[in-house]
Each structure stands twice: as structure tokens, then as C-alpha cells.
Design a protein around this ligand. Structure first.
Ligand code: KG4
Ligand code: ZN
Length: 332
């Protein structure tokens, strides 16, 4: 089945055509980074206005480059939540109208399940059950995944998401927005053992996270080393990144061991971080688990993952009513 996916939950307008939840025919992502850059973060009102301008050309391009025509589409899948309400409403209203005009089903899906399922867009996907670490700008959670559409939350952050911590630390150091990618690159030139930032494992046997403490610790370090800190910014970000990665890697491997899973998935924007990718792969060696991480372009927000999970909703017989509404907070 050919599914058109649409994603507008935050600051990317994206559309994609995917066959049977696995084969990507086209994937178009229009980023709003330049628009929000002067403000150091996403401005919700600007984001929804830009989605309105971008949605038609982005969908058009995804159809044009897919090699199929509109009559061959079987359904439209769209992010229903969580995310910014104004941004979500643009994509969701567009998708309902588009599906109605084509007389095909519209399927509102969870953005989080889209990320969790993104590993199926790669060759050799995990077998069920697997544990997934979803690390993004809005979420840091571990799920026990038993099918494409069934998962159980094992733990989550009690305060900041890991990506949010990357973005805030980058802002404190004046490195620009969005900070995750910038820190990842700069950290390659730094010494991860130079500064010992706190590792917040909370209870080592559970799967909750906390990243507000490390953010404060970096802030305190900057205030205590007024001018000198500027000379060692690569060391600061490498040490910060190492502390975050230590906790993420430890908890996801432990989750796999506790649930006796042979497969781990690392998904979401922060899954593009090379140190995290390498550490989880290395730390899990000899523990009988296989690590699955999508290619870089499938880690950040995209519509291929939305089309892919939409296919599985459709197989399960789930679709959205014309009166369905978006939701801003996590409901799974
Ligand atoms: O999944 P995503 O695109 O959007 C959300 O659903 O939140 O994730 C965006 C987050 C941002 O916080 C960004 O700074 C972070 O992912 N990120 C990274 C890297 N690339 C993006 N964090 C660390 N290292 C990276 N290479
Ligand atoms: Zn996301």
C-alpha cells in the first residue's frame, strides 16, 4: 500500500510516500532552522505560519518525486500529536482535506510511535520485542515494544529532554541553535574527561532520567571560570556530552537485559549523535544484543516515519474521523 505521510509537529514541514511501511519512494523535509535562528529556539506562532506556506509545495514535491500518481495513493497518514498545537493543526487539517478530496482514509498517528518505528525503514530491522530509546528535543523515554503499534513506557525524563539539554548548553556557550548538532561536532575536538560533570542515574534499577542537574552544573562551571572557560569550549561540550551519553547508554542496555530483549533501537533527533551511536554499540558488545539506529536523515523529524507507522495503523483498522482533533501532549 502507498501511504502519503505528513509531519508538521514542530519546526519541520515534511511529506513522504512510503510503500508497505518500509520502502521510501520520496521524502521531503523543509526545515525552519533559519527562521527561528535569531530567537535561539522555536517560536510557535512563526512555525505555524511557515507550515501554512510550505505544506502545499512540500506535499507536491513528495508526490512528484515518488514516481506514483495521486490515484495510486491508498491513505494519508499525519502526525496528530504530540507537538505544537498550531503547527499540528496545519498538517492535520491539510491531511483530512486532502484525503477527503481523494476519497481515501486519513490516519492520525503518534509522532513518538513514528520515531519508535523508524528503524523499520532500514534494512535488517529489529525483531519484536525490542526496547527503544527515544531521545529528541521534546522526549527522552524508554519503551518496551511488542509490535508496530503496541508499546509500554518503561521510563522517561522527569525534567528536561536530552536534546533540550544539548540545546540549552549550546545557548549558554553562545554556540547557536539548534545546539545538538553543533555540540556533537565541536565535542570531537575536546577531551571528554577534562571536567567531571554529574551523571544523574537516579535509581540505577529504573529507567527514568533527569537532565536539569547537568545543565545547571555546566552553567555553574561557566560562571566560576569567567574568562578561562572560553579557551576550553570543546572540552566543556565533550565532557557534557559524555555525561549525558553515559546515562543514556547504561539505561537502554539495562532495559534490554531486564526485558531479555535481543534488540535495541535508538531513535529521535539525538540518535544522530555519533558519540551516542558508538557508545551504545561498544557498550553492548558481548551482551547478546543488536543495536539498530536509523541513518542520520531518519533520526530527526521526517514524514517517512509517519507514513510507515500509518501503514501499520491502517493494517490494524485504525483511521481518523473527520472530527478528530490534534493533541499537544503524549497520550501513549
Ligand atoms: O526528533 P527531533 O528532530 O525533534 C523532536 O521531536 O524533538 O529532535 C531534535 C533534537 C534537538 O534538541 C537537537 O539539538 C537534537 O535533536 N540533535 C542532536 C544532534 N542532532 C540533533 N543532539 C545531539 N547530537 C546531535 N548530533
Ligand atoms: Zn521528533
Amino acid at each position: 500500500m502507498n501511504i502519503l505521510g505528513i509531519e508538521t509537529s514542530c519546526d519541520e514541514t515534511a511529506a513522504s510516500v512510503v510503500v508497505d511501511g518500509t520502502e521510501v519512494l520520496s521524502s521531503v523535509v523543509s526545515s525552519q532552522i533559519a527562521l527561528h535562528h535569531p530567537y535561539g529556539g522555536v517560536v510557535p506562532e512563526l512555525a505555524s505560519r511557515r507550515h501554512i506556506e510550505a505544506i502545499v509545495p512540500v506535499v507536491q514535491e513528495s508526490i512528484n518525486t515518488s514516481g506514483i500518481n495521486l490515484k495510486e495513493l491508498d491513505a494519508v497518514a499525519v502526525t496528530q500529536g504530540p507537538g505544537l498545537i498550531g503547527s499540528l493543526l496545519t498538517g492535520f487539517s491539510f491531511a483530512k482535506a486532502y484525503a477527503m478530496a481523494l476519497d481515501i482514509p486519513c490516519i492520525g498517528v503518534s509522532h513518538l510511535e513514528g520515531h519508535i518505528n523508524s528503524v523499520f525503514l532500514e534494512p535488517d530491522p529489529p525483531a519484536f520485542p525490542y526496547v527503544a530509546l527515544l531521545v529528541s528535543g521534546g522526549h527522552t523515554s524508554i519503551y518496551y515494544v511488542t509490535s508496530h503499534t503496541k508499546n509500554e513506557l518503561m521510563g522517561r525524563t522527569r525534567d528536561d529532554a536530552a536534546g533540550e539539554a544539548f540545546d540549552k548548553v549550546a545557548k549558554m556557550l553562545g554556540l547557536g541553535y539548534p545546539g545538538g548538532e553543533i555540540i556533537g561536532k565541536l565535542a570531537e575536538k575536546g577531551d571528554p574527561e577534562k571536567i567531571s560533570f554529574p551523571r544523574s542515574f537516579l535509581d540505577k534499577s529504573d529507567f527514568d532520567f533527569s537532565f536539569s542537574g547537568i545543565k545547571t552544573a555546566v552553567n555553574r562551571y561557566i560562571s566560576n571560570h569567567r574568562e578561562e572557560y572560553k579557551k576550553i569550549i570543546p572540552d566543556i561540550v565533550a565532557s557534557f556530552q559524555e555525561a549525558v551519553v553515559d546515562v543514556l547508554s547504561y539505561k537502554i542496555i539495562n532495559a534490554a537485559i531486564q526485558k531479555k530483549c535481543k534488540h535495541i533501537a535508538i531513535v529521535g533527533g539525538v540518535a544522530a549523535n555519533d558519540r551516542l551511536r558508538n557508545r551504545v554499540k561498544n557498550d553492548s558488545k558481548g551482551k547478546g544484543v543488536l543495536v539498530h539506529i536509523p541513518s542520520y536523515h531518519l533520526c530527526g523529524d521526517n514524514a517517512a516515519m509517519i507514513a510507515a507507522i500509518g501503514y501499520h495503523y491502517l493494517v490494524d483498522g485504525k483511521k481518523s474521523d473527520i472530527n478528530a482533533d490534534v493533541y499537544s501532549r503524549e497520550v501513549i
